[in-house]
Write a protein that binds this ligand. Structure first.
Ligand code: AMP
Ligand code: MG
Ligand code: MG
Length: 309
């Protein structure tokens, strides 16, 4: 091979360091103590200074290096000059050394869509449930999620000083997923993870229909996928509109890379083209294994209530 690495590799290598910088920002804002909370849509849909600064940093850094890529961020922010100290120019060299799968080697910048959740788990962030927080950068090509980066800024924070704080996971379909140790739930137990702050009757009915051995309620879409790949849960079940494309794009890739699957409650994949609607209207069922089994237990009442895109 000659010349510079494929765009997909260069984008993921940049997104890796950009997500780390966003993680620094998320920690810095908490450390300073002035969260600047704004209610976007009531008390269960919040934005903080960390969401705003992290998104500015991610979007400005990536669009400066990849000007033709479509970047869609969660937060609605005024178009203004982003301060230079928010710009991240680094790249993760290990990613640049990987071999780009043949189907992505000719992909052009303008064919890629980047979905950015600068801070997933904002509610939990404001409540001090810090391990639930992630930074999500998902990359889609031809409507499908193909690469993603998840930074978990407060990983290890309970261990106190001395432990390395924060980590970054990344994956590209056909290359693999890195930055964590794949584990499965012991003894084939059915451990269902779901929302802790956006529940309703459909959500609980669907969780109960899974006949779980255990239910875990935690914040964040990114965090719940981490639970799946690290053996803390066997299925993420959320039978409600609520998550958006920026919540599921990067996590879906990490899950796919290790043989898992993420669909709506009808077993239909979401699409991530630039013009799709942002809401995942027909909920989320994500599993590491046995996807069809979980799907087969979704109640008719849920299927009737939630329509696929
Ligand atoms: P949760 O599992 O409740 O932490 O939600 C995962 C992601 O989806 C987070 O980014 C939430 O903000 C978002 N989300 C889920 N349900 C809702 C909702 N009803 N309103 C606003 N955001 C939601
Ligand atoms: Mg989110
Ligand atoms: Mg968010």
């Amino acid at each position: 091979m000659s010349g510079s690495p494929a765009v997909v590799l260069r984008l993921v290598a940049s997104a890796y360091t950009v997500a780390e910088k966003a993680g620094d920002i998320v920690r810095m804002v908490l450390h300073r103590g002035e969260l600047g909370i704004v209610e976007k849509n009531g008390a269960n849909d919040l934005q903080t200074l960390a969401d705003r600064l992290a998104q500015q940093s991610i979007c400005a850094s990536l669009s400066r290096r990849f000007p033709k890529i479509t970047i869609i961020g969660e937060e609605d922010l005024p178009a203004e000059e982003v301060p230079e100290d928010l710009i991240e120019n680094g790249q993760e060299d290990e990613i640049l050394k990987k071999i780009c799968p043949a189907e992505y080697s000719g992909v052009k910048e303008e064919e890629l869509v980047v979905w950015v959740d600068p801070l997933d788990g904002t509610k939990e962030y404001t409540e001090g449930l810090l391990e639930n927080v992630t930074v999500l950068i998902g990359i889609a090509y031809a409507g499908s999620p193909i690469a993603g980066v998840i930074n978990q800024p407060f990983y290890n924070y309970q261990l106190g000083p001395g432990a390395k704080l924060g980590r970054t996971m990344w994956g590209i379909l056909g290359v693999g997923a890195f930055g964590f140790q794949l584990r499965e739930v012991a003894d084939n137990k059915r451990v269902v993870t779901t929302t802790r702050s956006h529940s309703n009757k459909l959500v609980t009915d669907c969780v109960n229909a899974m006949e779980p051995d255990e239910v875990v309620r935690v914040g964040g879409a990114g965090n719940k996928i981490i639970q799946l790949v690290e053996g803390m849960a066997s299925a993420y079940v959320f039978a409600s509109p609520g998550t958006k494309k920026w919540d599921t794009c990067a996590p879906e890739v990490i899950l796919h890379c290790v043989g898992g699957k993420l669909t709506d409650v009808h077993n239909k994949a979401y699409r991530y083209d630039a013009n799709v609607k942002h809401m995942n209207s027909a909920g989320v069922v994500a599993t590491l294994r046995n996807h069809d089994d979980y799907i087969s237990r979704v109640p008719q009442s849920v299927l009737r209530a939630l329509t696929s895109d």
